[in-house]
Design a protein around this ligand. Sequence first.
Ligand code: MN
Ligand code: MN
Length: 480
Amino acid sequence: MVRVSVDDSGPGACAKPADAVALPRYAGAPASTFCRRRGFLARAGQVVAEPSGDGSVLLNVGLGAAGSATPATFRAAAAAAVRAAGPARTLRLDLALADGPVPPAERARAVTEGALLALYRYDTHRSRKPARTLDELIVAVPQPEAAAAVREAQAVSDGTCLARDLVNAPPGELTPTLFADRARQMAEEYGFSCTVHEGAALAELGLAGLTAVGRGSREAAKYVEIDYAPEGAPAVPVVSLVGKGVTFDSGGLSLKQAREMHTMKSDMGGAAAVVGALASLARLALPVRVRSHLPLTENMPDGAALRTGDVVRHLDGTTTEIVNTDNEGRLVLADVLVHAGRARPDLLIDVATLTSAAAHALGTRTGALFTNDEQLAETVLASADRTGEPLCRLPLAEDERRHLHSATADRANCSYRYGDTTQAALFLQDFVPTGLPWAHLDIAAPAHNDEPSYREVPHGGTGFGVRTLVETLRRVSGGE
Ligand code: MN
Ligand code: MN
């Protein structure tokens, strides 16, 4: 674990020595001969390492044009610096000292996040661990008040890395039971109240979709509820978070092809994002009441598995015909939305790796947002934008509802060839109480990065959603 310290001596003052120092460079500013000879133009993300007289290494980190810098520029610059730090044991990041259009505390936050998120490694299962040299990260802040932003960024980054660990864990080591154990551990560590529903008690709750999907696996389904109600938090709003936790999705009897099944340990990315957000929330001591709901199951083709043609009767009395057992996510979430809605929260947000079709529309780095509430749309989109998790709002296009038609039940969990992301969202909307502001984040694509790492995003589990959730909660709790 890297230690993070803050250097608030400010620009130009006597600063903490370090093995490597990352210096901010805007394009067009004068550069050393050493840099110029190596073609350094201070393009965003460009890094040139330069030896300094005292034996340390100066990392010249490009920020691009001063006028166009954003928090994303600083996150990417810090990530690039961390990757270029080589064998340094201590790395000082002076990047937030660069003046410009981004306010000082925002720069400090972005630099800390970019560095910590880029430092993430998942090497639990490697017998030869790559050498880890960096012990200490020193974040230089332009003014002492910005130190708080560094601590906040640490809390959010740690939550994101927790979600990444959960997504990266092999599915055999993160069954519903083991996921529930991890969630309970997190809850105990931070003093949340946590209930794990299982066996007969779970059956009694009547979460029919979860139970039906869970039947196909030898691993028992679990349903975890974690409540965060910090002392002094106002009575309203109460926010309910729902996270899809399919710890492995084989597709069930509608079995996936090998190539698509390969990364299906990540089908619990929504539940992971909720757990990561809760951990961050506690560290930030945000004064907001949160109830979280995690349906955990595998989707497997056991002899007891859901058949196509089966009909599930949900908690609200309506029925769904199973047309494709690989569309298990909407089934699992349906009853949980009813259950969460019955407790009358003021806001309901679900996060789910729901449809691969979302990637066809938006590519693999952007999540889809559906919501029935304009104000919530604005809050969630602004949160995603500020924290660097790209989200795009898609419409709850009523015309698409015709594809949910079933000849034998109230609806089908069918996916038509086109528009599955929208149809899945419409399916979920059926289970949300009328009038309750609800947002649905489909993060099927960005929860797992199949490509090499880029900027602050690693290969594998990305922790997508944690930052947006935390920022959304901060805003609804009255933060500006
Ligand atoms: Mn599926
Ligand atoms: Mn799934």
